[in-house]
Write a protein that binds this ligand. Structure first.
Ligand code: 5GP
Ligand code: ZN
Length: 114
């Protein structure tokens, strides 16, 4: 289930290069090209969904979020802490419309509230 004009579908397919952090048959985690923190990794399901509101099945959503802790372990931030963000639609400034989880860490952050 890919969408032809989608950047992250192209990254999943290997048509656009990325720095891989973790991959299995369902998800891909890769480094954000413009990191906002010392650790800034994105996790995407291999299937295309625009965002949280796009009918992603519970099981797929659960798998996506369970991948967060694997990525945190791999990146060495499981103990020090990290922030998980899923920008959704315009007010949140979602720019890539293939659901993705930002995992941010590696240094202390400001308050999580906007
Ligand atoms: P959004 O604002 O949609 O939540 O975040 C999209 C993220 O994708 C941004 O943090 C941006 O830096 C990242 N990004 C955009 N294009 C690319 C790309 O071609 N490769 C990688 N690795 N990250 C990208
Ligand atoms: Zn896509």
């Amino acid at each position: 289930m890919r969408k032809d004009d989608c950047l992250f579908c192209k990254i999943v397919a290997g048509e656009i290069p990325s720095t891989k952090v973790y991959e299995d048959d369902r998800v891909l985690a890769f480094e954000d090209v413009n990191p906002q923190m010392p650790v800034h990794t994105l996790i995407v399901p291999k299937n295309h969904y625009d965002n949280i509101g796009d009918g992603i099945p519970d099981e797929e959503m659960g798998y996506l979020f369970n991948t967060v802790k694997k990525v945190a372990e791999i990146k060495g931030i499981a103990e020090s802490g990290y922030r998980v963000i899923v920008n959704t639609n315009d007010d949140a400034q979602q720019t890539v419309h293939h659901i993705h989880v930002h995992v941010l860490g590696g240094a202390p952050m400001n308050s999580g509230n906007p």
